[in-house]
Design a protein around this ligand. Structure first.
Ligand SMILES: Nc1ncnc2c1ncn2[C@@H]1O[C@H](COP(=O)(O)OP(=O)(O)OP(=O)(O)O)[C@@H](O)[C@H]1O
Ligand code: SF4
Ligand SMILES: [Mg+2]
Length: 344
């Protein structure tokens, strides 16, 4: 597989950020039709979505971890938990070895600044009434990362680093193209001197040619600023080009995690294999897998046992009743499938 950069060796450094048994549930209230039906005795109840279920994840300094899965599988929720925007319902998040629950105000602030998020739609995430100078420069001054007197110089240097002309610092977001707006979003995140950037479908809204440019920018900035990335995408191809390690999610759970090379050359989980089957390839040596069958089940009512069983070409009777555990197949490669059990 071609990658845009040489992959970094699997890191053994202490984790920058660690999730242990993290779950996030959302309670979805009954809609108006349900409330009316209840008045007539229907007995509808609020439903619970298990957006993220029992996730363990270690993000080591300098790594690029890709998170892949279909729409609604919990990628953004996971990213928001990592960035501290959404508190988990269960489990613990640790930043630089310290559990968030045990942090004092200074440590929480360091976590808040140290993890920044970049979103899919730069137009929606940039204040249309603010000039680039303030979009990028306001927060670092407020947080005391740069003096007010250094703001102009700081913003102009960041604009240069993300490939924007500093002469445009007084312009508004609508005066830029989609790719340029995403560069403004990147400069805004970098301005807070983060250690980790969560990119949530950060190139999905851009034209394919611009996507490659922005992906290259992410990788160049990674070296320059010693950044770590959690790179979220529904597209395994995009993630494969930038990530050292890939985590595959299905209905809120991690079903496989491995170095990128392994995910492409020796995928273990039938869901990963199905995602690979959907990628265009010129590589005739790659094994052919069956593409994904059927519809994604509702996250409100995930299937019992292995949640992938209604779509899995290898499903066995036990898959319908028994949830597989995430087993370590070899160092750095885990997969949750009964085919890996000693007696499948
Ligand atoms: N604030 C919320 N309130 C209620 N349900 C939510 C909320 N946020 C997410 N969900 C639900 O949690 C599940 C996971 O959503 P999430 O946005 O994390 O998925 P995703 O993998 O990012 O999807 P996409 O690829 O479409 O962005 C979905 O069923 C979604 O409807
Ligand atoms: S546990 Fe069973 S249904 Fe699930 S992926 Fe493995 S073989 Fe398929
Ligand atoms: Mg999302």
């Amino acid at each position: 597989m071609d990658t845009l950069l040489e992959p970094t060796p699997v890191s053994t450094a202490a984790p920058l950020l660690q999730l242990r048994g993290v779950s996030k549930r959302f309670v979805q209230d009954i809609d108006l039709a349900g409330r009316i039906a209840n008045l007539l005795g229907a007995g509808h109840r609020a439903s619970v979505v298990h957006a993220v279920a029992d996730v363990d994840l270690e993000i080591r300094p300098g790594e690029v971890i890709g998170v892949v899965g279909e729409s609604g599988c919990g990628k953004s929720t996971l990213g928001r938990v990592v960035a501290g925007i959404t508190p988990p319902t269960e489990g613990s998040v640790s930043f630089l070895g310290k559990p968030v629950a045990a942090m004092d105000a200074t440590e929480r602030r360091a976590w808040g600044l140290g993890v920044q998020m970049i979103f899919q739609n730069p137009m929606a995430s940039l204040n249309p009434r603010m000039r680039v100078m303030d979009i990028v420069g306001e927060a670092p001054v407020v947080h005391g990362l740069v003096k007010a007197s250094q703001k102009v110089e700081y913003v102009e240097s960041l604009m240069r680093q993300v490939g924007l002309d500093p002469g445009y610092a007084q312009r508004y977001p609508h005066q830029f193209s989609g790719g340029q707006r995403q560069r403004i979003g990147i400069a805004r995140a970098l301005a807070l001197k983060p250690r980790l950037i969560v990119c949530d479908e950060a190139v999905a809204a851009l034209d394919v040619s611009i996507q490659a440019q922005v992906l290259n920018l992410f990788l160049a900035l990674r070296r320059e600023f010693e950044l770590t990335y959690l790179f979220i995408s529904h597209n395994l191809g995009v993630v494969g080009h930038v990530s050292d390690r890939v985590v595959i999610m299905y209905l809120g759970r991690i079903v496989e995690a491995a170095p990128t090379e392994t995910i492409f050359s020796a995928p273990n989980h039938p869901y990963t294999q199905a995602l690979l089957a959907e990628l265009p390839t010129l590589d005739t040596t790659r094994r052919a897998y069956l593409p994904i069958q059927g519809e994604l089940p509702s996250p409100l009512a995930p299937p019992p046992g292995c949640a992938f069983h209604p779509r899995c070409p290898h499903a066995m009777p036990r898959c319908k009743v028994e949830a597989p555990v995430l087993r370590t197949l070899q160092t750095g490669h885990t997969s949750a499938c009964h085919l890996n059990d000693p007696t499948p």
